[in-house]
Design a protein around this ligand. Structure first.
Ligand code: NDP
Length: 236
């Protein structure tokens, strides 16, 4: 049994975030999720927040602090794709993905940091992607935002590592969710042919890695990139 913590999962109303929130609940943590619409799993506190809006993130934290106490584990999961090839990609398609995936993570982790320092404990878990380091045609915006999370976690580790705060990255491969269902069938087939496990991943398999990183056994792991990808990104 691991120590019970206050956990925040961004984008916890569906997909990977929902599964992480479910797992954190089952692990005995106090769980809050942010959602723009819908709700997190039963047993979690749902608060409204948009990752592109610092004021809404601040209000969400205030609500969580009032109801569950200071956030101790932050899972920055909310993310979007706007796929297209470089020559067709507009500046808006580039910057909006960066704004949600990277700057959104900055907004959330910055808001959480004071509480983590005060509580002398913190686990920051950033949901990146295999394509951050592996690359992916049509995803220059997305892969850039996800690669940047590695530098983010490692810099944070160097800033706050001595304060009992860890920061790690989970790099999921191809996981069955709404995000991947939206990819063209041809691209899905091509991915599958490159995955040594010969199958796509399940959201619960990402939740398992997040559960481990939030738990007592992961206290000495920081700045790590943990692939959960059936071997797709090996060596990257
Ligand atoms: P989904 O598209 O199923 O869910 C995305 C989540 O992010 C939703 O909860 C969504 O909220 C939220 N979100 C998006 N934009 C914002 C915003 N501006 N403010 C607040 N919340 C927002 O994605 P997945 O569950 O598949 O992905 C979750 C994370 O995992 C993402 O960061 C993704 O990049 C990453 N990932 C996913 C992989 C996969 O194969 N599925 C592979 C590698 C990484 P709303 O419902 O309101 O839109």
């Amino acid at each position: 049994m691991t120590t019970s913590r206050t956990v925040l999962v961004t984008g916890g109303n569906r997909g990977i975030g929902y599964a992480i929130a479910e797992r954190m609940n089952a692990d005995g943590h106090r769980v809050a999720v942010t959602a723009r619409s819908g709700e997190g799993p039963e047993g979690s506190l749902t608060v409204r927040a948009d990752m592109t809006d610092a004021a809404s993130i601040d209000a969400a934290f205030a609500e969580i602090e009032a109801q569950l106490g200071a956030v101790e584990v932050v899972v920055a999961n909310a993310g979007i794709t706007k796929d297209t090839l470089l020559l067709r990609m507009t500046e808006e398609e580039f910057t909006s993905v960066i704004d949600t995936n990277l700057t959104g993570t900055f907004r959330v982790v910055k808001r959480a940091a004071k509480g983590l320092l005060k509580g002398r404990f913190g686990r920051v878990i950033l949901i990146s992607s295999v394509v951050g380091l592996y690359g992916s045609p049509g995803q220059i915006n997305y892969s850039s935002s996800k690669a940047a999370l590695v530098g983010f976690a490692r810099s944070l580790t160097r800033e706050l590592g001595a304060r009992n705060i860890t920061a790690n990255v989970i790099a999921p491969g191809f996981i069955e969710t709404d995000m991947t269902a939206a990819l063209p069938e041809e691209q899905q087939k091509q991915y599958l042919s490159n995955i040594p496990a010969n199958r796509f991943g399940q959201v619960a398999e990402i939740a398992g890695a997040a559960s481990f990183l939030a738990g007592d056994d992961a206290a000495y792991i920081s700045g790590a990139v943990i692939p959960v990808d059936g071997g797709l990104g090996m060596g990257h």
